[in-house]
Design a protein around this ligand. Structure first.
Ligand SMILES: [Zn+2]
Length: 463
């Protein structure tokens, strides 16, 4: 699920005019046409018209106000709450009800608040990892078993490769080696569950996007590394956290890790051996020769001077939203900021919007952040409440997405992946239905079906 529900990333946009006028007037101009085309587009246009009439006037009880967080660390200010409600005004009351009943909420983050305080990602305790140990140990044994059939073949090919002289022979051996290593990775992935991660899988490095050097560190680690560096790569800085992480890796892999360490020691010089025996965390582990699993654990700054434990994926989310001390960044402030405007978190059903994106600049070539993120939430809700409909619908959606990537999408961002395609569809459906209809009629139709289903689900749900 997470692969599809990515954060909204855009290039920095040039400063434009204040947005209220830019958003509302074109939609109002199209109201007549929208009326003829569909009741849905009509509602969207009427909602936008209401926005125009009400802009500058304090709205009492706008329809989507219940979705907006107004207390706590990520509360919308009264002005932001009004802006958000205006953005969401075209949304069908049935959909609002569906999302409200599901606990979906819009929160606003501003630079300088602790990202973890927004409550969008779960943090974990050391005890929870310890409780998972038996499961992770079983996974490590299964992964090692799955890898074994490939290990001998890889070793043989490597030996042949070492003495090969003919360019064609070398090329063919490299090809076979690559293929066998890919097959081994897949065999390992097939048996490994979500709690542990095979260390040699390169995507592990890809998950780590940290502002203070982790990324660089990962890129530099082409050589086998010890468990201390493994711990540092996932953000552990304090000795107690490095020890804690190392103890988990040792407990998960048991004799396999000891074997890998012994192998490195056997090849080491006398001086290296003496050094490494004093600190086994420094002994390099040949991760191509030994399948080592690590816990799905990363250390992230908690915004209050301490650290918190999260999953690697959640750590990458923190890395995208927060700086090295865990404080939320503004998008692209002095090229040091976050590239994220907003994000829907399906686990906590919270939508985070950067305060600067409650009203976005008019020059942006994508839907406004609040309605875009609403699109992710609607897709998620329909998938959960009506998996049968969703299965049929998403098959058509995937086909439409593939076609649109060659024939042209409603916005550049819609081409990112099929989840962004949906979110941009929903955003444009509300904000510029005629543009959507002319640029990508199939997405218009699919969006309409998704929204109608969501409204129907909301209407029949009890309040
Ligand atoms: Zn998105």
């Amino acid at each position: 699920m997470w692969q599809r529900l990515g954060p909204l990333r855009v290039k920095p946009a040039a400063e434009g005019c204040p947005d209220t006028v830019q958003l509302s007037l074109p939609v109002m101009d199209q109201a007549a046409e929208a009326k003829a085309s569909s009741s849905w587009a009509q509602r969207a246009a009427l909602g936008a018209m209401a926005t125009v009439m009400l802009s500058g006037v304090a709205m009492a009880g706008p329809p989507a106000a219940g979705l907006i967080v107004t207390t706590g660390a990520a509360a919308a200010s009264p002005a932001e709450a009004m802006q958000l409600a205006q953005r969401l005004a075209p949304v069908d009351p049935g959909i609002v009800k569906l999302l409200e009943n599901d606990g979906v909420s819009f929160a606003v983050v501003r630079p300088g608040i602790s990202f973890l305080e927004t409550g969008v990602i779960p943090t974990r305790s050391l005890e929870s990892y310890q409780a998972q140990l038996p499961a992770m140990q079983a996974q490590a044994r299964a992964a090692q078993q799955a890898a074994r059939p490939f290990d001998n073949g890889i070793r043989t090919l490597q030996q042949q490769r070492a003495i090969a002289t003919q360019p064609e022979q070398i090329q063919s051996l490299d090809q076979r080696l690559g293929e066998m290593q890919r097959n081994k990775r897949q065999a390992i992935l097939d048996v490994v569950g979500p709690e542990a991660i095979p260390y040699s899988i390169p995507s592990l490095a890809g998950l780590l996007r940290d502002k203070d050097g982790l990324h660089k560190l990962v890129a530099q680690q082409a050589m086998p590394k010890g468990t201390t560096v493994m711990a540092q790569l996932v953000g552990a800085k304090k000795p107690e956290h490095i020890r804690e992480y190392t103890a988990l890796v040792e407990a998960i892999n048991g004799p396999r890790l000891e074997e890998a360490r012994a192998d490195s020691l056997a090849r080491a010089s006398q001086a290296q051996r003496e050094l490494w025996l004093k600190d086994p965390g420094q002994i390099p582990i040949d991760i191509k020769g030994y399948t080592i699993l690590v816990p799905d654990l990363a250390y992230v700054p908690d915004g209050a001077g301490g650290v918190a434990r999260t999953s690697l994926l959640d750590a990458s989310v923190v890395g995208a939203w927060a700086n090295a001390s865990g404080k939320t960044m503004a998008p692209f402030a002095n090229n040091q900021g976050s590239s994220i405007n907003g994000q829907y978190f399906s686990a906590t059903r919270r939508i985070l919007i950067q305060s600067s994106k409650v009203v976005a600049k008019s020059s942006q070539a994508h839907a406004h952040t609040p309605v875009h993120e609403l699109g992710h939430a609607v897709e998620d809700a329909v998938q959960r409440h009506d998996p049968q409909f969703y299965g049929r619908w998403s098959a058509r959606l995937e086909a439409a997405y593939r076609r649109a990537t060659s024939s042209g999408t409603v916005s550049d961002y819609a081409a990112s992946n099929s989840a962004e395609y949906v979110a941009e569809g929903v955003g444009h459906y509300y904000e510029d239905p005629n543009l959507l209809k002319s640029k990508d009629p199939q997405l218009f139709q699919l969006t309409q079906q998704l929204l109608e289903r969501a409204a129907h689900l909301g209407q029949k749900s009890k309040s």
